[in-house]
Design a protein around this ligand. Structure first.
Ligand SMILES: [Zn+2]
Length: 209
């Protein structure tokens, strides 16, 4: 089966009456969705998060995921620091559960806060890693969706739809104040311009048909 990028090399909505306009940037566009994912991954890194949290054993329905993530975040806030955060959800490899990667600006959390957050939210584990470089964010967040153009077209479309369903039809969820512009000033996601055209994603493994 041909790959998504071979079947759909460019945004269909961008070519109107034969003239090339700006890509539509809509999440229901299979060409623009992975592009937006790369931009958002870059913006996640540009916001200089201090920590990456991995939240495991999440359910597969967005409303339940949202409730549990809200409880995790509430517990972090109660621990005393003002945190801003952004997260996205991915299905586990075995398809039976999901996990979230959350990028957080704020001090490192104590082991008891992490345990408390996992217990209250009824998730598996809340694990923290200190982020030392911006690039770290890019490798994790949105990798699945960012590399979808390299998948066979049917698989790519199913993966995109699955991702959006798991994330409540959004690429990422962020608290007020998370996004920063290049100068470190507060921004919003739509306005964040990520320098460098492309963010490298791990290459998808080619499957033998
Ligand atoms: Zn488009």
């Amino acid at each position: 089966m041909p790959l998504l990028r071979e079947v759909l090399p460019e945004c269909r909505r961008a070519r109107i009456k034969g003239e090339l306009q700006d890509p539509c940037a809509a999440l229901d566009c299979p060409v623009c969705l992975p592009r937006e994912a790369r931009r958002v991954a870059g913006a996640l890194g540009m916001a200089m998060p201090d920590l990456m949290l991995t939240i495991t054993s999440l359910p597969l329905q967005w409303p339940l995921i949202r409730d549990r993530m809200n409880k995790v975040i509430e517990t972090l806030r109660r621990s005393g620091s003002a945190y801003v955060w952004a997260y996205s959800v991915e299905r586990n490899g075995d398809g039976r559960a999901a996990h979230a990667h959350a990028f957080v600006r704020g001090p490192r959390l104590s082991a008891s806060t992490l345990q408390d957050a996992a217990g209250r939210a009824q998730v598996g584990r809340v694990h923290q890693e200190t982020m030392y470089t911006r690039g770290q964010a890019l490798g994790y967040a949105l990798k699945e969706i960012g590399r979808s153009p390299d998948l066979p077209v049917g698989e790519a479309l199913a993966q995109q739809a699955g991702y959006l369903e798991l994330n409540g039809q959004r690429l990422v969820h962020a608290s007020h104040g998370y996004w920063l512009g290049p100068g470190g000033d507060r921004s919003n996601l739509r306005r964040v311009k990520v320098p460098g055209a492309r963010v490298p994603f791990p290459k998808a493994r080619r499957r033998v048909a």
